[in-house]
Design a protein around this ligand. Structure first.
Ligand SMILES: [Zn+2]
Length: 487
């Protein structure tokens, strides 16, 4: 007699209703209000990750959700969408205590490893993963390290603008004592006071601010922060998010959507309070992704398990704690994650909730194995082009060479998508050109679009791709139809 509880059979997810899910039909509807209000040219799904060793399932879940939400946004709202990956290379690499005061000092990954070291770490853990996610979803991504971001005059200006209200915002940013963790590393050794106990703001003016701080080895020092100075500005989590989100809200072209792990729902309350104390801006839309929980209801913590403080909870697999131990290649891991998060996103009730490791293990174990074995890239098409492809009349698709297309080759599969319709094709040939003119000369305008004269095609292409896009290089992708369109 099998006493499987209801809903535990197959890969089905059963979720109760909740306040948020009750208010919407699709998980992606979270971005609709702001899209309606601002009509941006582009939406950037921003996801930040600490660069400190092998990622775990929670990290992959947030990242996969960012790509899938971008894809859903393109389809649902017909607007360009990308993923913007913030690599937090200011994560602590090492911490030590001042022998006299016992204040904690920390060194960031950037200060310990340098720009090249951080780049290597990124390459090791994230590049292939993101390339694979970009292929699987047809969504492009950008990467920016925190170090690069804090160096940007716009970011530094935004930070300086908060200092006029520091007396007010320091309470929501540090509600227990009002001491914001503003870390200005020692110019000689790069170490900084973790909790900024002896870091003082001594002067703030229109163009900049002067601080003093104390280094264990090098004594007191002064740091001038201006929009253009090179002084490293390491802001603790809440403050960094406040500045980053305010900066994002000033962009008139790209609407930022913050994708954050579920535990951020608590933290953002404080960011919002600080936001409200500063003039003129409202916080960006945020999407909180499902948390991975242990059987006790706590967030799955890799370090607690590693340090032997808690046993691995039921259903925990090695790959959940370290995705590099996944039994298969990166593409197969990404396919599994895209499937899992796709199931969650299929219903707001499944997405705006948390999952235990045991439940995730059950769902993943029961997941159907890929029926076709075909891994197809997705590409969106306007209706007029989609219909030509689906009818087999358009055999050359034209793109500019975005990073995620650099490996495109004969034999690959492309699924063209328009609204709810899609059609599967196989790549017969990929030719690369330096300009659209050159491409049309070589490929023949009639193969690109049998219904449109060359001059008109040229005009249409130029409307879609500006000169800076053309400069990336032009791809002519010859395709053959594998399967008629699903209507
Ligand atoms: Zn020092």
């Amino acid at each position: 007699m099998n006493h499987t509880p209801t809903g535990s059979t197959g890969a089905a997810i059963i979720s109760p209703n909740n306040v948020l899910a009750n208010a919407m039909l699709r998980a992606v509807d979270m971005v609709r209000p702001r899209l309606q209000a601002t009509h941006p040219d582009r939406v950037a799904f921003c996801v930040g990750t600490q660069i400190n060793g092998a990622p775990h399932l929670g990290t992959s879940l947030v990242q996969t959700a960012a790509f899938l939400l971008a894809k859903a946004t393109k389809r649902t709202f017909n607007v360009d969408a990308v993923v913007r990956f913030g690599a937090l290379d200011n994560a602590p690499y090492d911490i030590r205590l001042d022998p006299e005061t016992h204040h904690a000092y920390q060194q960031t990954y950037y200060h310990a490893l340098g720009r090249e070291g951080v780049r290597e770490l990124m390459g090791k853990y994230y590049r292939t993963l993101f390339d694979s996610l970009a292929d699987a979803t047809g969504v492009d991504y950008e990467v920016e390290t925190y170090t690069t971001q804090q160096h940007d005059p716009v970011f530094r200006h935004e930070f300086l603008a908060t200092l006029g209200r520091l007396e007010q915002i320091r309470w929501p940013l540090a509600p227990s004592h009002g001491q914001v963790h503003l870390r200005l590393p020692c110019p000689e050794c790069g170490w900084a006071e973790k909790r900024a106990e002896r870091t003082k703001l001594i002067r703030v003016g229109s163009g900049g601010a002067d601080f003093t701080a104390v280094c264990t080895d090098h004594g007191p020092y002064e740091v001038a922060v201006t929009a253009d100075s090179g002084a490293y500005l390491d802001l603790a989590t809440l403050y960094r998010n406040l500045v980053k989100e305010r900066m994002a809200m000033r962009d008139p072209v790209t609407m930022s959507v913050m994708i954050k792990g579920g535990d951020w729902a608590y933290g953002c309350q404080l960011v919002d309070e600080a936001f409200a104390l500063l003039p003129g801006l409202v916080p960006p839309p945020r999407v909180f992704t499902p948390m991975v929980l242990t059987d006790t209801g706590a967030k799955l913590s890799k370090s607690l398990i590693r340090d032997g403080k808690v046993p691995p909870p039921p259903g925990t697999r090695d790959w959940m704690l370290d995705i590099t131990t996944w039994p298969g290649d990166v593409d197969s891991f990404v396919d599994a994650m895209v499937w899992l998060v796709g199931r969650m996103l299929a219903d707001p009730k499944h997405f705006y909730r948390s999952y235990t490791t045991q439940e995730l293990d059950r769902i993943m174990t029961a997941r159907p194995q890929s029926s076709t074995g075909v891994r197809a890239r997705e590409m969106n098409l306007y209706r007029r082009y989609f219909d030509l492809v689906a009818a087999g009349r358009k055999t050359i698709e034209v793109r500019v060479q975005y990073p995620n297309l650099r490996n495109l080759a004969a034999g690959d599969h492309i699924r063209f998508v328009c609204g709810r319709d899609d059609v599967l094709t196989r790549v017969k040939r990929v030719a690369r050109y330096t300009s659209f003119e050159e491409m049309l000369d070589a490929e023949g305008a009639a193969n690109v679009n049998p219904d449109s004269p060359r001059e008109q095609q040229m005009a249409n292409i130029r409307r879609i791709y500006g000169p800076e896009k053309e400069a990336l290089g032009v791809l002519a992708i010859e395709i053959e139809l594998l399967q008629p369109a699903t209507a």
